[in-house]
Ligand binder design. Structure first.
Ligand SMILES: NC(=O)N[C@@H](O)C(=O)O
Ligand code: NI
Length: 159
């Protein structure tokens, strides 16, 4: 058994797993006669060979405390991005390999999203609010794009 202490979500810390989606550090320019700012290409969706990038909304609900991490999943064919639609912190759990000792837990703000790169091990959506909606960009298309793996030992997130 292992306790996970969330670390702040930063571009550099998350880089081995994918991209942080946020305005900080993004290339930006004024559009629409100055009535909007475009934060350009903060991430590039990768729908994979023969896939289509689709947008969905996930309505996540908080899991019982302490939040238990007993499995990971990955999408071998394409990336998957989550952007919160309300300003509440949420959790991102990833690992280089599906092993408990490799787990990393990040605390994201409600203004931060993530895109998991193709094939990156991650836990399914973890919200801290009772309920929180997310815009999700991932793949629709042929092939098996979900691989799940039980962990060798469970872990718990200590908030
Ligand atoms: N099942 C599903 O689409 N959700 C997961 O991929 C996830 O990362 O939450
Ligand atoms: Ni996923």
């Amino acid at each position: 058994m292992r306790d996970l202490v969330p670390e702040p979500l930063t571009f550099d810390a998350f880089a081995p797993f994918g991209t942080v989606i946020e305005t900080a550090g993004a290339t930006s320019f004024q559009i629409n006669e100055g009535f909007a700012t475009r934060y350009h290409a903060v991430a590039a969706a990768d729908p994979g060979e023969g896939g289509t990038a689709i947008l969905s909304i996930f309505r996540g609900r908080r899991r019982p405390d302490p939040i238990r991490i007993a499995m990971l999943e990955r999408h071998p064919l394409a990336s998957q991005a989550f952007m919160p639609l309300s300003a509440n912190d949420w959790l991102v759990v990833v690992a280089a390999e599906p092993r408990t000792d490799a787990l990393r837990c990040f605390r994201a703000s409600g203004h931060q999203g993530v895109q998991y790169a193709k094939g990156v091990w991650h836990h399914p959506l973890l919200v801290l609010a009772a309920e929180q909606d997310f815009l999700v960009v991932d793949r629709d298309g042929p092939g098996a794009n979900l691989e799940e793996r039980s962990l060798d030992a469970e872990a718990f997130v200590r908030l």
